[in-house]
Write a protein that binds this ligand. Structure first.
Ligand code: PXL
Length: 276
């Protein structure tokens, strides 16, 4: 069985980061070891959340795993809360990156704004992770922060290509931008690799709502797909369809929660499609 490490927080309630990565990646038939970076009562879009930092546990976990000689097929990072955590993640890339795919979801912003708690200097620190990444998976807001580029709500393919090239220039081997739309009613993912081939694009129906945690759900499914042997464009298409299905199921529920999507009941369809 393939085995990966996922490094991100536990938001105890809120359906994001580790509480979605672990079930989705496990259901895809991949062992998911976790390095919890912090425990929060909810994700940071709620007010009054609690926060317990676990940075001090990150290095001892790596020390132990190294002593035991564990090897991994991927290292997947998501939301990170501090400069020091980014530096420790670089150590994970060095210690466990051999023969592993390094996949970075720089979860820190959306809709043109950084999430609560991040200062303006944090994106440049997060951008350091691109140097060793096989794949980086930002939304457009995150990509603009990583590149210190102006965020645009209206754009064309030339602008998106320039952003993707900027991410490759920072060292990523493949860059994928999520939440991209060139056509009313369609939303998708656009990616470019170092080979510089025409970018690959995949779109689904744009559903009339936006929920928190969908970026993490998308990345988790993409990581699972890549580790299970799909090509990057195939894994991105699988993740886009899965995420759209989660939103569809959520909207079909009366009184659905506003904080996260129904990723749970879309898992059987994901597993079936993967043949896991
Ligand atoms: O979904 C991204 C995410 C992950 N973890 C925490 C967050 C957020 C987004 O706000 O607050 C703690």
């Amino acid at each position: 069985m393939k085995r990966i490490i996922s490094i991100q927080d536990i938001s105890a309630l809120g359906k994001c980061s580790l509480t979605v990565a672990l079930p989705i990646i496990s259901a895809m038939g991949v062992e998911c070891a976790v390095v919890p970076t912090a425990v929060l009562s909810t994700h940071t879009q709620f007010t009054g959340f609690t926060f317990h930092d676990l940075t001090d546990e990150m290095e001892p976990i790596a020390d132990h795993w190294k002593r035991e000689g564990f090897r991994f097929d991927a290292v997947y990072t998501g939301y990170l809360g501090s400069f020091r955590q980014v530096d420790i993640v670089k150590r994970y890339f060095r210690d466990f990156g051999e023969g592993a795919k390094i996949i970075v979801d720089p979860a820190m912003a959306d809709n043109g704004k950084l999430y609560a708690g991040f200062g303006p200097e944090f994106p440049a620190k997060m951008a350091e992770l691109l140097a060793g990444a096989d794949l980086v998976l930002p939304n457009l807001t995150e990509a603009c922060f990583l590149l210190d580029e102006e965020y645009r709500e209206e754009y064309d393919r030339a602008y998106i290509r320039r952003i993707l090239e900027g991410l490759l220039d920072k060292g990523a081997k493949t860059a994928a931008l999520t939440g991209i739309s060139f056509e009313k009613g369609r939303l998708g993912v656009v990616s470019l690799d170092r080979a510089g081939a025409d970018f690959s694009e995949y779109y689904t129906e744009r559903l009339p709502a936006s929920f928190h945690g969908t970026g993490d759900i998308f990345s988790s499914a993409a990581v699972g797909g890549i580790v299970r042997g799909l090509s990057v464009p195939e894994a991105l298409a699988l993740a886009a369809d899965y995420t759209a299905e989660c939103i569809r199921l959520t909207l079909a529920e009366e009184n659905h929660s506003l904080y996260g999507v129904n990723f749970e009941q879309a898992i059987p369809g994901l597993v079936k499609r993967l043949g896991a």
